[in-house]
Write a protein that binds this ligand. Structure first.
Ligand code: DGP
Length: 116
């Protein structure tokens, strides 16, 4: 499958790794939008986007959020952070391997609305 994130998991594309366990990989975003910007993915390409979540695959989401919480503590994000999942065209999802952005390290804007 021609998937950038699968290639990162396979070690074919280098990344700056932040966290790894049996099921999850987290690495720094190549185009950071905040002082801390980490991408969390399931290593297996089991979901393209949030739209694919169902009973048979939802367990990984709890694992990912647990990993995010762990990493946020390790990175000292005690004042909070934002978790983003872009889904589909209107969500401006560019990589079709489900992933969650962890953003923090500074005050983030309140506005998350429609671009004019
Ligand atoms: P999204 O728009 O939600 O699909 O975000 C995909 C993110 O993935 C985007 O913020 C940039 C990041 N990204 C894309 N290609 C690479 C890559 O090769 N390495 C790393 N570290 N991040 C990447």
């Amino acid at each position: 499958m021609d998937c950038i994130f699968c290639k990162i998991v396979a070690g074919e594309i280098p990344c700056s790794k932040v966290y790894e366990d049996e099921k999850i990989l987290a690495f720094k975003d190549i185009n950071p939008q905040a002082p801390v910007h980490v991408i969390f993915i399931p290593k297996q390409h089991i979901l393209t986007c949030a739209d694919d979540i169902n009973d048979s695959n939802k367990e990984i989401l709890g694992d990912i959020f647990e990993a995010i919480s762990k990493v946020a503590k390790e990175l000292g994000l005690s004042d909070g952070y934002r978790i983003i999942n872009n889904c589909g065209k209107h969500g401006a999802q560019s990589v079709k391997h489900i992933h969650f952005h962890l953003l923090g390290g500074a005050q983030l804007p309140e506005d998350m609305g429609v671009r004019e």
